[in-house]
Every structure is written in structure tokens, then in C-alpha cells.
Write a protein that binds this ligand. Structure first.
Ligand SMILES: [Mn+2]
Length: 387
């Protein structure tokens, strides 16, 4: 059984001011061509099909086009909803689309009901676990404490219970949208922290032959059998060093696995450049970046005039301008943005308490802050899902 694993298309998302629909359409074409040329038995899409609960019309049309092309190809496809998708909207028509061989799994209650595909060596059960927002699915799974690990573990218990009822030798694939511990995040995933914890240990996926993950936007191998495909396109400059790709996975009759990385088309290189404006405009070593999408960090001690206009003369695709002026190390006038960079909301709030009171929060106060952030995120998630 040969699978093509992808995720995090984020159809409709822009990269800074660049509309990415053209690049997204090119990726869909590449996916369909790869599935045909490499004689793929199944395509798996592990969530974040769209970027938003209510995507722009052009993104919905592109998704419709993708569904038709996959159905015409006759390669069965299993898809789940991610934390950016509205599960209910994405799930509309799933029953009908399923008759065309495209299986959309957007409901937590169906975790233990696989899509079963068969090859010459027997059955392969595909379990589609949509993104499980702990506050929304805790009743479904009967868990007391709504955290990512408890709900995902309960969903995987259903998977293993179902698998145990199937013929010996049945191979299994799980699609999930989650942050697995040890995975590396970028700047373009939405924070899913609940109870101060965003991630789940890879061990929750024990007992299945392959876990096809979505959520993190860099391709990564957590274990041989637990992998992220990453997004097919970059959605932040923190992804400058990513190699965007899909996994072509072969599951042999005994369940051994081999995986090959299939590169995605690159619409334009990314580059981050840093220095004084005059140096960036003159440095011959930067010639290779002249056609790239650029994030420029200017370190001039005094902000130069018209920096964007001057930069775009040499680098016409400059999209992001950051100011990080060189100053003496002890300068108290260090910028607010720089002090906050890389700190979590929780850390910032705790620093604030320490700043105004002279002593940081104790454990009980930390819990109050954590609960407040959780309540805001849960409220956002509920509103997103209901949209
Ligand atoms: Mn995503």
C-alpha cells in the first residue's frame, strides 16, 4: 500500500501581501500528478485544508477543483479537519463526497470508524481523527480533565479497540492534527495551548503502523512511523530554511515502512537579510537573493529615510521590514517588541505581575493566569467552530 501524505494547505492564506492561490493551485496539480505517476493507492490530507473557518470564495473553488481532480484520478483520499478549519462547514456533503472516494472525517464521534482500503495483501484501516479541541470533545470521550493528551489518548483507545476486532494482519494508518512533543514549530501555526500544555507525547500513537500528522508546518520525522508532512508552501519567514514536501510512504504486507520525500514546487525562494541599509544595497553576496521574497532587518542606529522604496529597487519582492537598531548593550531604551520576542503570553503576564508588584506570581496565581488564557482560547475556538 503506497500513500501520499500531505497537510496544512491553508487554502486562501496569503504570504504577507502576496496572494498564494496561484501557488496553491500549482501545488494541487503537483499532488495529482505525483499520485498518478507514482501509482499511489491512497492520498491522506491531515487537516488545515483551509486557513479560516469561513474561507474566501476563490479558496472554496480551488478545494472543489481539487476534489474533482482527485475523484477523476480514482485514488481514494482521506482528509480530516484541522484547527483552522470549521469542522462542520468542511464536513457538509461528506457523505456524498465519500461516494466519489474522497473520505472527509470531521467528527470526533467517528474516530473509531475507519475507511478500509484493500490491496493485494489485505486490508488497511485509515482512522481519521479530526483536530480535537479539548473543551469541545471532552464529553464525547468522557474525560474529566480536558487536555490534548487525555482526549487524543481516548480517541486512540477507540482506534486500537476497533483494530483489535479486525482480521489479523490488518494494517493501520491514523490521520491526526496535533502538536507532538519534540516537533519543531514555526511562526505560522496558531497556538493551541490548553492548561499550559500544547503538545502530546508520540507514544499516544502506539499500535498503528503509520501516524500521518498535520499542524506543524515543517516536514519532520518524530519516529519512523510518526511523521509530519508540513505545509506545501511557506506561510511565514520563519520557514525560510524549510524544504516543503510530502511523504510517499510504502507499507509492505508485514507492516514495515519506507518513506520518500517528494518536493513541492517552489513559487519563489525566501531570504532573510540583515544589516545596515547601505550595506544591503551594495553587498555583492546578496545578488543571489535579488529575486527572492525578502525579510530585511535593518540594524542602522538611526532609522533611514524611505527604507522600503530603496530596498525594493534592488529587491523588488521585499515583503517584510524589521528594525533592530544597534545600540549599547545596557541601553534601557530597548524596544518593547524586542523584549517580548520569543516569550509566551503566560511569561509576559507573569513578568508584568513581577514588574508592578516587585514579586512574580506564586503557583496559585500562575494557575489563575493560565486559566484566563485557556478561557480566551477556548472561547475563540468555540466561536471559530460555530461559524
Ligand atoms: Mn496548519
Amino acid at each position: 500500500m503506497r500513500l501520499l501524505h500531505t497537510s496544512d494547505w491553508h487554502l486562501g492564506r496569503a504570504f504577507h501581501r502576496v496572494n498564494m492561490l496561484g501557488a496553491q493551485a500549482e501545488f494541487i496539480g503537483h499532488l495529482v500528478t505525483t499520485a498518478r505517476e507514482r501509482e499511489v493507492d491512497a492520498v491522506v490530507v491531515s487537516g488545515d485544508v483551509y486557513d479560516r473557518a469561513v474561507p474566501p470564495l476563490a479558496a472554496v473553488e480551488l478545494f472543489d477543483d481539487a476534489l474533482h481532480r482527485l475523484a477523476d484520478l480514482g485514488v481514494p483520499t482521506v482528509m480530516i479537519s484541522g484547527n483552522h478549519d470549521s469542522a462542520r462547514r468542511l464536513g457538509v456533503g461528506a457523505g456524498l463526497i465519500g461516494r466519489a472516494g474522497i473520505h472527509l472525517r470531521t467528527e470526533a464521534s467517528a474516530c473509531g470508524t475507519p475507511v478500509v482500503l484493500t490491496d493485494a495483501h489485505g486490508d488497511v484501516a485509515f482512522y481519521g481523527l479530526p483536530y480535537l479541541e479539548p473543551a469541545l470533545v471532552k464529553d464525547e470521550f468522557g474525560v474529566e480533565k480536558a487536555g490534548h493528551e487525555t482526549v487524543l489518548a481516548a480517541a486512540m483507545d477507540r482506534v486500537r479497540a476497533d483494530l483489535a476486532t479486525r482480521a489479523p494482519g490488518t494494517r493501520s494508518v491514523v490521520l491526526a492534527h496535533a502538536f507532538v512533543t519534540g516537533g519543531e514549530a514555526s511562526d505560522s501555526e496558531r497556538d493551541i495551548t490548553v492548561g499550559g500544555v500544547a503538545s502530546v507525547p508520540a507514544g499516544v500513537f502506539a499500535g498503528v503502523d503509520y501516524a500521518a500528522l498535520g499542524h506543524l508546518h515543517g516536514s519532520q520525522t518524530i519516529t519512523e512511523r510518526v511523521r509530519y508532512s508540513g505545509s506545501p508552501l511557506p506561510y511565514s519567514f520563519s520557514e525560510t530554511d524549510h524544504r516543503k514536501s510530502m511523504w510517499l510512504v510504502d507499507l509492505d504486507p508485514e507492516g514495515s515502512l519506507s518513506a520518500e520525500r517528494i518536493d513541492c514546487p517552489v513559487p519563489r525562494e525566501l531570504a532573510r537579510i540583515r544589516g545596515h541599509l547601505d550595506d544591503l544595497l551594495a553587498d555583492p553576496a546578496l545578488e543571489r537573493h535579488e529575486e527572492a521574497w525578502i525579510e530585511a532587518t535593518l540594524t542602522d542606529p538611526v532609522r533611514p529615510a524611505d527604507p522600503m522604496a530603496r530596498l525594493t529597487e534592488r529587491f523588488p519582492h521585499t515583503l517584510s521590514l524589521v528594525f533592530d537598531p544597534e545600540r549599547a548593550h545596557e541601553d534601557p531604551d530597548i524596544s518593547y517588541a524586542r523584549r517580548l520576542a520569543g516569550r509566551s503570553e503566560q511569561q509576559i503576564a507573569e513578568d508584568f505581575v513581577a514588574h508592578v508588584r516587585g514579586a512574580g506570581p506564586d503557583a496559585a496565581e500562575q494557575a489563575v493566569l493560565r486559566d484566563a488564557f485557556d478561557a480566551v482560547r477556548a472561547d475563540e475556538a468555540v466561536r471559530e467552530v460555530a461559524r
